[in-house]
Design a protein around this ligand. Sequence first.
Ligand code: ADP
Length: 261
Amino acid sequence: MPADLSPAHTPVPADSDSPLITFDNVTKRFGSTTVLDDLCFSVRPGRHVTLIGPSGSGKTTILRLLMTLETPDSGTIQVNGDRLFPAAERERRQARKKIGMVFQQFNLFPNMSVLRNITEAPVRVLGLSPDEAEARAKELLDLVGLADRTDAKPAQLSGGQQQRVAIARALAMRPQVLLLDEVTSALDPELVAGVLDVLRDIATTTDITMLCVTHEMNFARDISDEVMMFDSGKVIESGPPEKIFAGPEHERTREFLGAVL
Ligand code: ADP
């Protein structure tokens, strides 16, 4: 049976006009460095948005704010109408549940089997029975091509396989938004394609909203509805990939693409 990737929470209909994610005048500083500078942007449901730009321009910080791993100094962040910041703890938890993230370094639980890595949070956080969680985990492992590795420990898998488990683990929480932070950067080159194929599959067969930080420009071109170019904590240019890659307007975008393409 194919994996049910519908979100656990009442979603805004895909391609509705109301945004799913909104950043309003968000500023984030680390010490005296302003990493995000009065940033405003929104993402509509079902869209696949790629954040590009030089290292240090604030892309990962945006994903970490959405995961509530960082706190903004000022501004408002909302997800599907619920506030992440500023917000009471209860509302923040509600908003946070709609978001899943895959990290550069997989971050699997090393002592747990592949299956348990995926069932742990749905049982503890969503309150699924162990049987339900296991059935769903097996569907997801099938989706990422690892149906035969349920009992393996993370260390017994290649980096690409571990990352595919991490993708399945994020999806097991049935998020409305999937955040992908340079998910192929830690992989040996021959393992990159398998992970990107899985993500391409998810992007084309589901309504899930994706926010993706990547240096894989061909992948960005393939899966994105929109590319946002960052420089010094601001969006300096955004648009469909064919526009950004083929005819960037901003000199900084031309320089950046010239260096990475
Ligand atoms: P990008 O993803 O575009 O490479 P980041 O969002 O990771 O950029 O980082 C933006 C800036 O914030 C960088 O200068 C980075 O060193 C700094 N930074 C990120 N996280 C922290 C932190 N926890 N403490 C101090 N500085 C940080």
